[in-house]
Design a protein around this ligand. Structure first.
Ligand code: F0G
Length: 435
């Protein structure tokens, strides 16, 4: 059986050709996912092939996504793949962060080492390949910043026209700058992420533009490889927990699908538990998990957080994410602006650094160990989703005591590191450094 698009809804499971340009099930409106027959190779064989490709100079093998192509076999050939050598992100042990989080040991899988500085690149190389395969010429996304930076880069590299829609005044300059530099037609809309997504879905159909938000199943396929690479790097030892921030919930969906499929293929023997962390002012998924009946998402009309990457009140992938968190025996937690800011500074002090949304992971870990949900001796991998330079304005404000939460309250610089202004005077500078 070739690859197919399959409706994610248990009651429907309708199947469609992989080349159909649809983002929801035409029968029931459910989300779609890519479905495959299992690969010919055994789990052992796949592990060997993937490990050997690390020494190859072929672009496809050098990509931390396409190296695992047997795990994402939606293309008939690889002529239309554009790779910027995405993936290949490190696993970084961080002692100070572990201590802060109440753990004996903590390892970060740092997706901020990607070509455009976020995990979106893992998915975008796949979404772009599918766009080329379908003969599309224009691609679009609505974004809180990282998706647009990534799509702009990949689309331009592939010779496609990128059109991005971003909430005016609500994305960090690092991300906006990338989109401009990579040549995206950039539209700043005076609405929030959720409102713009509804708008862009209409426009994409009307104008025949291919949509590359995480509702696109091929983006999800690419992001699956974050988990594959993580397990490959750990010689296939499964951690107890994988902790990640939740916004539109595409990554949660991708990680869950990847882990289930790897278990089905015999690549791993059990599932790690997923812990999804949301910002308090944008936590519809957290609220959903607090309810007994989980058939309707309690959306947040006006989401608020300084972690603009996850400032989303109506995440499209929530049904998938709900399934994945439940299947893994996982949990959803929420954290405050102060908790995110302090956790971020601690990650910085480890010499690692990340953008605000990513730091929700460590803030969540701290809360979950304090509550006794995560054991201090647990084997935990936290996924840092974006690079420290994505949002320098936030950093400067935090360290100089000028960071304000969306409600106007001042964030305390508990781990502040303000610069000191000194005169052009060697004695005075010696005195300052000496003290
Ligand atoms: N972390 C970062 C740095 C992000 O940019 C995002 C999402 C997330 C976490 C949340 O991931 O949506 O899969 O749950 N950013 C999207 C964007 C929405 O447009 O760049 P998610």
């Amino acid at each position: 059986m070739p690859a197919e698009l399959v409706c994610f809804e248990e009651k429907c499971r309708a199947r469609f050709p992989i080349t159909e340009v649809i983002y929801n099930c035409p029968r029931c409106g459910g989300l779609l996912e890519a479905g495959y027959e299992p690969p010919e190779q055994s789990a052992l064989m796949l592990k060997r092939i993937w490990r050997e490709r690390r020494t190859s100079n072929a672009p496809l093998d050098q990509s931390g996504v396409w190296r695992y192509r047997e795990f994402i076999p939606f293309l008939p050939s690889y002529n239309c793949v554009v790779t910027l050598r995405e993936g290949n992100t490190p696993m970084l042990e961080a002692r100070q962060a572990a201590q802060y989080g109440g753990l004996d040991k903590l390892v970060f899988k740092h997706q901020g080492f990607n070509p455009t500085g976020s995990f979106k690149d893992n998915g975008m190389t796949c979404g772009t390949a599918q766009a080329l395969r379908l003969g599309m010429t224009r691609v679009a996304c609505v974004s809180t910043g990282n998706t647009s930076a990534s799509m702009a880069a990949y689309a331009s590299a592939a010779g496609l026209q990128p059109i991005i829609f971003i909430p005016h005044g609500n994305i960090s300059y690092g991300k906006l700058a990338q989109a401009l530099e990579y040549g995206a037609r950039t539209l700043q809309v005076e609405a929030n992420f959720d409102q713009i997504l509804a708008l862009v879905r209409q426009l994409a159909e009307r104008l025949g533009i291919y949509l590359l938000n995480s509702i696109n199943p091929f983006r999800i396929e690419g992001q699956k490889t974050i988990m594959t690479e993580m397990l490959d790097q750990r010689d296939w030892r499964v951690p107890d927990w994988v902790v990640l921030p939740g916004g539109n919930l595409g990554n949660t969906s991708a990680f869950g699908k990847a882990l289930r499929e790897m278990k089905e293929l015999g690549l791993i023997d059990r599932l790690p538990r997923l812990a999804v962390i949301q910002a308090e002012g944008a936590a519809p998924f957290y609220k959903l998990m607090q309810q007994k009946r989980r058939s309707k998402l309690p959306t947040v009309q006006h989401p608020q957080t300084l972690a603009t990457a996850i400032k989303i009140g109506d995440p499209v992938s929530w049904p998938k994410a709900l399934h994945e968190v439940t299947a893994s025996g996982g949990i959803v937690e929420k954290v405050s602006e102060q908790e995110i800011a302090d956790a971020k500074a601690v990650i910085g002090r480890c010499g690692i650094g990340c953008e605000p949304a990513s730091a929700a992971t460590l803030a969540g870990i701290r809360k979950l160990t304090q509550a006794g949900v995560i054991d201090s001796g647990a084997d935990v991998v936290a996924v840092l989703t974006g690079n420290v330079l994505k949002d320098p304005d936030y950093i400067y404000r935090y360290h100089t005591g000028a960071l304000e939460a969306p409600d106007g309250s001042r964030i305390r610089s508990n781990f502040g590191n303000a610069p000191t202004v000194v005169p052009n005077d060697a004695n005075e500078i010696a005195r300052v450094i000496g003290s």
